[in-house]
Design a binder for this molecule. Structure first.
Ligand code: MLT
Length: 263
């Protein structure tokens, strides 16, 4: 793990392999280990950078409010620090929200996009209200309730009952998240901009992947992105819910690697 100072905070990241840079952004409330199974394969041909977004993993939490755009700026500054002008940039769920914000602000720095189990729309009013309640609950009681209540949305029932190591990895990521970081990200997601209009302006090759049983960012959100993004490919992974990269590692890695190699 390496760290880079961005304003007042240290941002932690892994940087491995060599070749064309690929940057992968984790979702909420996870950390960079979300991508370890993809890194293991991509590093054979690419330079793979996996940061902990601010407030998550080993990155610090700032005092001021966070936004998706702020997290996107962190990635641009990380790229500056690593002397990377352009990269393939991917993200899962909240990571995808940051990727879209990044593309909006820095389109010239993007070679291609990977949008996994994510969506372009902003939160509804009801969704924002729920985030505010979750934030209060997390700041009061910590992450245990989130780890418990999110699990059935993250994995299929089959995986929950037969893959204890996978369940443990997910719960460890959630329980290791600092409540202050999670609370800040919840408010950032609640206030995020709607990026639906941006989709038709995306001019780089884009891979869209989603678990068939994803209840958080369902298949129709990915279909919408596929319809609006000109150079996009949509892959729906069977027997996967929200964290499709961990639930169907081989299929996910297969499409991700062949997409990156064909660029
Ligand atoms: C995530 O996986 O990043 C979150 O579930 C996304 C969200 O809550 O909107």
């Amino acid at each position: 793990m390496t760290q880079v100072k961005i304003d007042s905070i240290n941002l932690a990241f892994d940087d491995t392999g060599s070749g064309r840079p690929v940057i992968l952004l984790h979702g909420y409330p996870f950390n960079r280990t979300l991508w370890e199974r993809q890194v293991a394969v991509l590093r054979e041909n690419f330079r793979v950078i996996t940061p902990d977004l601010r407030g998550f993993g080993e990155s610090e939490t700032a005092d001021e409010p966070v936004t998706m755009m702020r997290m996107a700026e962190d990635i641009a500054r990380l790229m500056n620090a690593l002397d990377i002008p352009r990269a393939i940039i991917g993200g899962l769920s909240m990571g995808g929200y940051v990727v879209l914000a990044f593309y909006k602000q820095f389109p010239e720095r993007v070679d291609a996009l990977v949008l996994a189990d994510t969506r372009p729309q902003a939160d509804t009013e009801e969704g924002q209200h729920l985030r505010a309640k979750q934030r209060e609950q997390i700041l009061r009681d910590g992450m245990a309730e989130t780890a418990h209540s999110m699990l059935p949305k993250l994995l299929t029932p089959e995986s929950i009952s037969t893959r204890p190591d996978l369940v443990k990895h997910i719960q460890d990521m959630i329980m290791g998240t600092k409540p202050a970081g999670a609370a800040a990200a919840l408010m950032a997601m609640a206030g995020r901009e709607d990026q639906t209009e941006l989709l038709s302006q995306i001019a780089v090759p884009t891979l869209i992947v989603v678990g068939r049983e994803d209840p958080i960012t369902p298949v129709q959100d990915s279909q919408l992105m596929h319809e609006r993004i000109a150079h996009s490919r949509l892959v729906v992974l069977e027997d996967a819910a929200h964290v499709s990269n961990l639930e169907q590692v081989d299929s996910f890695n297969g499409v991700l690697k062949s997409f990156c190699k064909k660029l």
